[in-house]
Ligand binder design. Structure first.
Ligand SMILES: NC(=O)c1ccc[n+]([C@@H]2O[C@H](COP(=O)([O-])OP(=O)(O)OC[C@H]3O[C@@H](n4cnc5c(N)ncnc54)[C@H](OP(=O)(O)O)[C@@H]3O)[C@@H](O)[C@H]2O)c1
Length: 316
């Protein structure tokens, strides 16, 4: 009797010792792939996750960025241009080969442009949509099997431009409006598999997007034999100067952490640096609601709308 009791204790000790010495991989060190991790928001997210002990596959395109990311503890750089199916397939193969599974996918890579509808060239529109829309779909489709296996998370960086649309900003806003639809459809499709889907909608944060966009537009004009006017140059300089004064996107990474690891992630995270950006975005959403309600036979009265709003607030 005494002997079997001691054996049971010994077995328990061995079991616990065995558990304690197992590498903290699949359960504790969840792996997350982030696209567009070379600079700005993606870089901030990659560094934050790595610092908190998660394993990050950091997507980048340039050798210099890949080397820099690889040098960070808990980060493995992955050559990943989201417009290249070959790169995407190779990234999936690499993640499979590493054998850690994949808990999270963060679709973050993005580009911008500027120009009126009348002036925007097809090539410019295609450039933005191919990265911001097709790229997100291409990458997500490829990683869905891995994410389903882990019952994990898919997070996408949208923008408040997914709600707002300013004159001269249609191409970028269209691409971010597309993400609003993408996440809602995807969330419905993934729910039965236990995968949760979120959209982060940042306002203005420090990154390189404005400077990169200005440089690309200027290069395109010059390549087409045009001239970058003083007025255009002045606008670009102002935008670049403003960009470096913006807040670091730490709050955007906070939202990503919540979307990736909280038990009940939100569908949407609007993350803005000030009341002004919150107000213009929410007012625009309300304005759209009012436009949707007016001018037809099935409009709701004010009190009914308020009741609907209360119901939505109660279920948020
Ligand atoms: N910063 C803001 O104020 C703000 C606000 C709202 C939303 N966002 C969104 O945040 C996301 C990140 O942008 P950011 O502001 O951090 O700008 P950023 O500093 O310019 O970073 C953009 C990232 O996307 C990558 N990228 C561009 N084209 C790519 C492609 N074809 N394949 C793979 N990666 C590609 C860039 O890589 P390379 O270095 O190789 O070009 C870079 O890593 C974007 O989706 C953007 O729309 C930003």
């Amino acid at each position: 009797m005494k002997r079997s009791f001691s054996l049971a204790i010994l077995a328990a000790i061995l079991l616990l010792a065995g558990l304690a010495t197992q590498p903290a991989v699949a359960d504790e060190q969840k792996a997350v792939l982030i696209t567009g991790a070379s600079t700005g928001i993606g870089r901030n997210m990659a560094e934050r996750l790595a610092k908190e002990g998660y394993f990050v596959y950091a997507g980048a395109r340039k050798d210099k960025d890949l080397a820099e990311l690889d040098a960070i503890e808990n980060i493995k750089a992955v050559r990943l241009d989201v417009t290249s199916q070959e790169d995407v397939d190779a990234a999936v193969a690499l993640v499979r080969k590493e054998g850690l599974g994949l808990w999270g996918l963060v679709n973050n890579a993005g580009v911008a442009t500027s120009g009126t509808v009348a002036e925007t060239e097809d090539s410019d529109l295609d450039f933005v949509l191919n990265v911001n829309v097709n790229g997100v779909v291409r990458v997500t489709r490829a990683f869905i099997p891995l994410i389903v296996e882990s019952k994990g998370r898919i997070v996408t960086t949208g923008s408040i431009a997914g709600i707002l649309s300013r004159a001269g900003g249609s191409a970028y806003s269209m691409s971010k409006h597309a993400m609003e639809a993408f996440v809602d459809s995807l969330a419905g499709e993934m729910a039965p598999a236990g995968v949760q889907v979120s959209l982060i909608e940042p306002g203005s944060y420090k990154s390189r997007i404005r400077r990169t966009t200005a440089a690309r537009i200027a290069a395109n004009i010059e390549a087409a034999g045009g001239e970058v006017t003083d007025e255009m140059q002045e606008r670009m300089t102002q935008s670049a100067e403003r960009e470096v004064t913006l807040n670091e996107p730490d709050a955007v990474s906070d939202a990503a952490m919540h979307a990736l690891f909280a038990e009940t992630p939100r569908r949407r995270y609007m993350v803005v640096p000030d009341q002004f950006e919150a107000e213009i975005t929410i007012r625009k959403a309300i304005e759209e609601l009012v436009q949707l309600n007016g001018g037809h036979a099935f409009s709701y009265e004010r009190d009914q709308l308020v009741e609907m709003l209360d119901q939505a607030l109660a279920s948020d």
